[in-house]
Design a protein around this ligand. Structure first.
Ligand SMILES: NC(=O)C1=CN([C@@H]2O[C@H](COP(=O)(O)OP(=O)(O)OC[C@H]3O[C@@H](n4cnc5c(N)ncnc54)[C@H](OP(=O)(O)O)[C@@H]3O)[C@@H](O)[C@H]2O)C=CC1
Ligand SMILES: N[C@@H](CC=O)C(=O)O
Length: 442
């Protein structure tokens, strides 16, 4: 496996930009839209490191007065009027580049469209916007000889997007799999050590890792947006994020870590997509990860992406996938690329449909009011779908009126397992729907 860690600036391949480059008479003027966790870190790096060819000129945010900080020089314009900045001509003191760091589809999408329409290139970390409207926005940018860069949109500070575009364009990637949400990894890796779900989520919010609405993180919507971007760039298949079957981590509890440990595994939120028998399969959710897998070693906000290429084999990208400074590094790297006149490699992609059929082993946790015949009834429902049991695990010490136990099954088709679980869910002894998680095989 080849390891790529940290961040790198893509090599300039050609220069079709209509932007002034570093060698031009003045630096690129940069306007930040959004001065929150990532926006303030981008400002810090621009002002502390002074990357060549870049000048922070504007900061836009709603209710901007409360955002002012003394470490930003007086030359920077603070404003709460987005239109003024977007319409300001760059030949008359207006910005050359808009850095969108507010998040969400609207009004961020409109700012990006207006910026491009007014001749300004855009850098963004907004995975939701890119997952839902990236193709349209890239076409708008290209039509005007401008750039739309979003290296921070997947896996925060890890250069996965530049790595796919500049490092793996020569391969045919058949599979992409990994940990794409820092908040979920922060929560699950702390739960593995005995931490409490709600307390850890609150901590992730306080540290600026979570989305403005943390449901985006825990329900898997953030990871599925990132997976759809990766699927387009790595597998060259355009899929709508909402087509990806997605499961929340909220149903995972402490007992699942105990049973996972008995199986030499832990639990992580995994996003995976691949071509299987000519079909494109994609899924996001909590899964059992063998302790021997590098994915199990990730802690806190670490993300990890493993791509499998037809010619080059596995490549692993790892690092911090959330947090102001790591994410800002990716944003500033895009800006440095713009200032140096580098441009993205266009990776062609075509529309695809997501197959929901996978053939993988599963972990299923049942919570029952104990009575004779439950295991036989469950085994019968699985057998009717031709699903083979692998193991039955029952830890002692739980009350009989609320008993959690686990069955693992051999690789089986998703649709067959869903039919069996539907039948099992009707058993009167079941106190809650079974929790079903895929088990990663390596
Ligand atoms: N945080 C992270 O680790 C990562 C974040 N990202 C992405 O980066 C982007 C920014 O994230 P982050 O910095 O964490 O978010 P924050 O919520 O910390 O910052 C967003 C900023 O934008 C402002 N803002 C939001 N909506 C508007 C609006 N309609 N008008 C004016 N100002 C607005 C907010 O103002 P106010 O204070 O009033 O809410 C806030 O200052 C998002 O797209 C996120 O998904 C990507 C990778 C990692
Ligand atoms: N909320 C996201 C931030 C980075 O994309 C995460 O936790 O990964």
């Amino acid at each position: 496996m080849k390891q790529i860690k940290g961040n790198f600036v893509p090599q300039a391949l050609n220069n079709t930009s209509s932007l002034p480059a570093v060698s031009a008479s003045r630096p690129l003027r940069v306007a930040l839209f959004g001065f929150g966790t990532v926006g303030s870190s981008v400002a810090r790096i621009l002002l502390e490191s002074h990357p060549a060819g870049l000048e922070l000129s504007h900061i836009f945010n709603r209710n901007v007065a409360r955002k002012r900080v003394d470490w930003v020089p007086d030359s920077v314009v603070w404003t709460e009027n987005a239109e003024d900045v977007l319409q300001a001509s760059s030949s008359n003191g207006g910005p050359d580049v808009i850095v969108e760091l507010a998040g969400g589809l609207d009004p961020a999408g409109n700012w990006v469209r207006t910026a491009l329409a007014n001749g300004k290139s855009v850098v963004t970390a907004n995975k939701k916007l890119i997952a839902y409207h990236g193709l349209e926005l890239e076409a708008q940018a290209a039509a005007q000889g401008l750039h739309l860069l979003y290296g921070a949109a997947v896996a925060g500070g890890i250069p996965v997007i530049p790595g796919l575009e500049h490092g793996l364009a020569g391969d045919r990637v058949d599979r992409v799999e990994g940990i794409l949400n820092g908040t979920c990894n922060f929560i699950l890796s702390k739960m593995q050590e005995g931490g409490d779900y709600a307390e850890t989520l609150a901590e992730a919010q306080q540290l600026g890792y979570a989305e403005a609405d943390p449901t985006e993180d825990v329900a898997g919507y953030d990871a599925r947006a990132k997976l759809s971007i990766l699927t387009r760039l790595a597998l060259r298949a355009q899929i709508h994020p909402e087509e990806i079957p997605t499961r929340s981590i909220t149903d995972v509890s402490a007992i699942d870590f105990s049973y996972a440990r008995d199986l030499n595994c832990t639990v992580r939120q995994i996003a995976r997509a691949g071509r299987i028998d000519g079909e494109l399969a994609a899924v996001v959710g909590p899964m059992l990860v063998p302790l021997s897998s590098p994915l199990a070693w990730s802690r806190g906000t670490e993300n990890m992406v493993v791509t499998t290429g037809h010619y080059g084999g596995d490549v692993v990208f790892s690092g911090h996938g959330a947090g102001g400074h790591p994410t800002a590094v990716a944003v500033v790297s895009d800006l440095v690329g713009l200032a140096q006149g580098s441009c993205r490699i266009a990776l062609p992609s075509t529309p695809a449909k997501v197959s929901t059929e996978l053939e993988v082993p599963h972990y299923i946790r049942f919570t029952v009011s104990d009575r004779p015949g439950i295991v036989a009834a469950i085994a019968g429902a699985l057998a009717r779908e031709n699903i083979n049991l692998n193991a039955i695990l029952q830890r002692p010490g739980f009350p009989l009126d609320r008993l959690p136990f686990v069955i693992t099954v051999e690789p089986c088709r998703t649709s067959a397992l869903q039919r069996a679980l539907k039948e099992i869910a009707r058993l009167p002894a079941l106190l809650e729907p079974p929790l079903d998680m895929q088990i990663l095989e390596k």
